[in-house]
Design a protein around this ligand. Structure first.
Ligand SMILES: Nc1ncnc2c1ncn2[C@@H]1O[C@H](COP(=O)(O)OP(=O)(O)OP(=O)(O)O)[C@@H](O)[C@H]1O
Length: 377
């Protein structure tokens, strides 16, 4: 039985403004599911509906087999960790963590044991007698997580828990959350973030939300390797996947495409049928899958307008002919500042060349794909 089951869930504000629709998701016990999507797509709203902080205006939400649409937050068996920690400033770490247990009427020995166990999991044993103001942001967030752990909830909900932390603390706390999840393999977690690295590294599955619906659900590397639409292709991965217009000139078990910009010919492992001959498609190649070539097939040839040498890699930004076309980006290992101003041909292995028709991957054209009417940014 799914720990969390959302069936045709929708959210309408004020009877007219629909922000989410047709949300169908099953989250199994032990999963860590991450919601990502462009700003305003409804990630927090969906999380808050699961928590019971926001009314569900259509569909059903089940936790552990029980419909909980009208069950108050405190009776849902969930714990929510917010970006803002929400600690009581005048209470020590120990008292913050013990608070909910005291309210619930647990005895002192039980409370102490639970607080101690949570503090050990979160490396907070040495801070139990401090006030929140004497802690770093990362430590405060761990106290907030500890406050959830002591309650042993069925589901943990995290709403951008790391977004108030600076870059290095963010990395350290992200790794602690990953370790914590490993120590609690049976706990179910739902996590909202803007951060691609958090999504890719923490998630067992990612839910890409956009335009009020679910664009794709899958394991992080599935979404990276087999995005179902140009939207997901551009949203997952940084810098974003390049999309080149092209015409199919060879069909079968592999597909050959002549590209418009930069006039190359490239082969993709995506299969096609004879009926696809001559079809207009978009060829997707990630910057990191582009290779420089002097001979043979290539996807794109152009003049390098800008180089960004980052140390281990160099990003090449190409001039494109079409005024509304985003720059084509290549990411080559090593330092290549000298390529600025020169003509470069880029190619990619056939298994790294994605094909999309009308925004939908050729691999997914027999499936229902939700195409959001918004562009990722
Ligand atoms: N009380 C409200 N009344 C009307 N519209 C609302 C209300 N609360 C949120 N919205 C709208 O619902 C949409 C989803 O908001 P939500 O905060 O869930 O998005 P989000 O994906 O979490 O965004 P972000 O990534 O920027 O935090 C937004 O367009 C927002 O303007």
């Amino acid at each position: 039985m799914a720990e969390l089951k959302l069936t045709d869930v929708e959210k309408t504000y004020g009877g007219t403004v629909q922000v989410l629709r047709d949300i169908n998701l099953e989250i199994e016990q032990g999963e860590l599911v991450v919601f990502v999507g462009p700003s305003g797509c409804g990630k927090s709203t969906l999380l808050r509906m699961i928590a019971g902080l926001e009314k569900i205006t259509g569909g059903t939400l089940e936790i552990d087999g029980q419909v909980v649409n009208d069950v108050p937050p405190s009776e849902r068996g969930i714990a929510m960790v917010f970006q803002s920690y929400a600690l009581y400033p005048h209470m020590t770490v120990r008292d913050n963590m013990a608070f909910a247990l005291k309210i619930a009427g647990d005895d002192k020995a039980t409370i102490n044991a639970k607080v101690q166990a949570a503090a050990e999991k979160l490396q907070l044993e040495n801070f139990l007698d401090r006030l929140p103001k004497a802690l770093s942001g990362g430590q405060r967030q761990r106290v907030a997580i500890g406050r959830s752990i002591v309650r042993d909830p069925k589901v943990y909900l995290f709403d951008e828990p790391l977004s108030n932390l600076d870059a290095s603390l963010r990395v350290a706390t992200r790794i602690q959350i990953a370790q914590l999840k490993e120590e609690m393999p049976d706990s179910t977690m739902v996590y909202v973030t803007h951060d691609q690295v958090e999504a890719m590294t923490l998630a067992s599955r990612i839910v890409v939300l956009a335009g009020g619906g679910v664009a794709q659900v899958g394991a992080p590397l599935d979404l990276y390797e087999r995005p179902n639409s140009t939207f997901v292709a551009k949203f997952i991965g940084s810098p974003a996947m390049n999309l080149l217009g092209g015409t199919i000139v060879g069909t079968g078990a592999v597909t050959t495409v002549k590209t418009h910009e930069g006039g190359g010919t490239i082969t993709s492992d995506y299969p096609s049928t004879e009926a696809d001959m001559g079809a207009e498609v978009e060829v997707g190649i990630r910057p990191e899958d582009m290779e420089e070539t002097a001979t043979g097939d290539f996807a794109f040839e152009g003049k390098v307008a800008i180089t960004e040498a980052l140390g281990e890699v160099t990003l090449l930004y190409f001039d494109t002919d079409a005024p509304d076309q985003e720059p084509i980006i290549g990411k080559l290992p090593g330092i290549h500042k000298d390529l600025r101003g020169s003509n470069v041909r880029l190619t990619a292995a056939a298994d790294k060349v994605h094909l999309f028709k009308d925004g939908i991957s050729l691999l997914y054209r027999d499936q229902k794909v939700f195409l959001p009417g918004v562009q990722p940014h």
